[in-house]
Ligand binder design. Sequence first.
Ligand SMILES: Nc1ncnc2c1ncn2[C@@H]1O[C@H](COP(=O)(O)OP(=O)(O)O)[C@@H](O)[C@H]1O
Ligand SMILES: [Mg+2]
Length: 397
Amino acid sequence: MAKLSAFIVDNDENTREIIKNLIQEVENVEIADVFNTISDAYNEILKEKPNFVFVSTVNNSQDVFGLIEKITLVNNKIKFIVMASSYDTNSVIKAMRAGAREFLPKPLIKEDFIKTVNRLKEQFSGNDSNTNCKIITTFSNKGGIGKTSIATNLALEIANITKEKVAIVDMNFQLGDVATFLDIKPSFDISYVVKNIDGTDNNFLESTLDKYKDTSLYVLADPPYMEQAKDITPEQITKLFDELRKSFSYVIVDTSNVFDGKTITVLDNTDFIMLVTIVNLPAIRNCQRCLDVFERLGYSKDKSKIVINRYMENDEVTVEDVENTLNKKVYWKIPNNYFTIMSSINKGLPVEYINPSSNIAQSFRELATVLSDNIYKQKIAQKIERNPLINFKSLMG
Ligand SMILES: Nc1ncnc2c1ncn2[C@@H]1O[C@H](COP(=O)(O)OP(=O)(O)O)[C@@H](O)[C@H]1O
Ligand SMILES: [Mg+2]
């Protein structure tokens, strides 16, 4: 494999030397150029297209984030690693949103640095075992509750907000309608994919899934004939998730409402279950049953999040009632907006395209922001925890 190139953007001589020394510990990566500021480096980065840019930010400079975003829009293969000695969690999130792929607290820690670069390196060779991928599944043991509406709209918003690669996978094998909700004619479906995936072709999923419009969202539809779904095994589903994790940062899964072997395999592989309910007693009782099943399956309490759909302020049953009955906090409320949702489903377009200022589009955007923020925050916290030189509490407070 050809050597990978890296730029250093830091006006501190000392840090530059440290990075130069550390990079020698990473096989196959060399420093191609050094700059003081990102504006100095801007044209060269676009021209030379280095594989990595190590860039320091002082006082979370908006300039740095703005330029990273500008470059990433043109070339999202360049991996920015943002470094900072003083920062807060929100500014790290801003850097990630701008397109930075990694964040390293200063002073740099040798092991962390090497590990981070090696992991990013794998993305160039395609052997990336993306441990950062999060799988989010919408579930309910009732139909018609809003699972597909939430899965499709949430997936689009996460793609828009994070600009990372997001897959929406229809695992409602018998009655899937993700493709209908997004009005796409899928080139391949999930039964084709599970039969042909062998883990050797790194571009297999990217070339098989349908890219949605001008976004970073990719769609994997259910099989066109119900019989084809019968042949899909839980092992194949797990294998598919393993492969999806390598190529995508987020995988949103829409499920059926039966607790069969396939659905349980999906839930086992899931990081966050969006347990969807509406505010009426039968639905809440069903929700309680699902939580009981999750407990028996050994899932942690944090794994499932209660999402109330079709929420109305003046409902007879209140959110408190729901929380008391379920003995669990409500994670999110999606407003009732029959008009916008129906128009969205009939036109096969997410609500963002129907009416971006509607309460429901706003709610999906905010949910996507909160979810992806929490995921970034977990990542930052893990990093900071590993860095004994940084006072963890003072940063997260
Ligand atoms: N937030 C909402 N406000 C109003 N109606 C909704 C909302 N979400 C879903 N619906 C209605 O519920 C129906 C079922 O939604 P869908 O997403 O297909 O549910 P599921 O996938 O759980 O079967 C939709 O056709 C729509 O009419
Ligand atoms: Mg559905």
